[in-house]
Write a protein that binds this ligand. Structure first.
Ligand code: SF4
Ligand code: SF4
Length: 261
């Protein structure tokens, strides 16, 4: 079937599919999106696969195998615009925890015949392999931000996605600060907004799902956490979750692990 609409493709690499599901989760907005594009390649949702080139490609997941390192080159060649979605694709994901250790030790502990496992020593973001036109953060991404990014590229403008810290979302919705009121450690001051301050609204600290905010002061926040009783190993673990390989969080966890702060 041919169509004059822009062709949209979605490709998966090492990931849990949660970010792709955000597109299906758009519900009301999904019909509007489908009305504007020809969904040419979306194996999660449709068996129809239309060959490239594609006008807009969404990539979920990180690069963890040499095969995927080659495959992403082919995806890039077929794509006019390439947007990475989610912490896996933009920062290596939780699977980037392997980057801090010897992956051979993990495969030996988990698999009966680890010699059958062919995997790279590190999980890396897509931007480390090919040119990326836009990175949308989150684990998972926000469906409203995804619709904004799709709309922006279809209209030829830059996406209007905030890069400020999560604390602003807390203030905007009137959520009482869990760190100030209850002494609960929270990563919100160094984490990019986008989730709507979900965890603080349930009296929990932020876990950093949306990765580092613009100019995050991780050393200052670490000092506050220590005043609240957090230990260095707890700080290492806090910075090593979904966005552990994002540079500011990686440097912060390294510093607390090697006692440089
Ligand atoms: S970023 Fe999170 S939700 Fe998205 S694919 Fe990776 S693990 Fe799943
Ligand atoms: S609860 Fe966390 S994100 Fe919200 S204002 Fe306090 S420190 Fe910032």
């Amino acid at each position: 079937m041919s169509s004059s609409k822009p062709k949209l493709a979605i490709f998966k690499f090492a990931s849990c599919d949660g970010c792709q599901l955000s597109l299906l989760d758009c519900e009301d907005e999904l019909l509007a999106v489908v009305g504007e594009v020809h969904v040419a390649n979306f194996l999660e949702a449709s068996r129809e696969v239309v060959k490239g080139p594609y006008d807009l490609t969404l990539v979920e997941g990180s690069i963890t195998t040499s095969h995927d390192a080659e495959r992403i080159q082919q995806v890039r060649k077929q794509s006019r615009f390439l947007i990475t979605i989610g912490a896996c694709a933009t920062a290596g994901g939780i699977q980037a925890l392997r980057n801090f250790k010897d992956v051979g030790e993990f495969t030996a502990a988990v698999y009966a015949t680890p010699e059958y496992i062919s995997t790279l020593g590190a999980s890396t973001p897509i931007s480390q392999h090919v040119r990326v036109d836009y990175e949308l953060r989150g684990c998972p991404i926000s469906k409203l931000q995804l619709v904004e990014v799709l709309g922006a590229f279809l209209q030829g403008r830059h996406p209007n996605i905030p890069t400020y810290a999560l604390c602003l979302e807390c203030k905007r919705r009137g959520t009482v600060c869990v760190m100030a009121a209850h002494g609960t450690p929270c990563l919100g001051p160094v984490t990019q907004a986008g989730c709507g301050a979900l965890c603080p609204s349930y009296q929990r600290g932020c876990y950093g799902c949306f990765g580092p905010a613009e100019s995050p002061n991780t050393a200052s926040l670490g000092g506050w956490w220590q005043q609240l009783g957090a230990t260095r190993p707890e700080l290492v673990r806090a910075f090593r979750t979904y966005n552990a390989w994002a540079a500011p969080f990686r440097m912060a966890s390294d510093a607390y692990e090697h006692e440089r702060t």
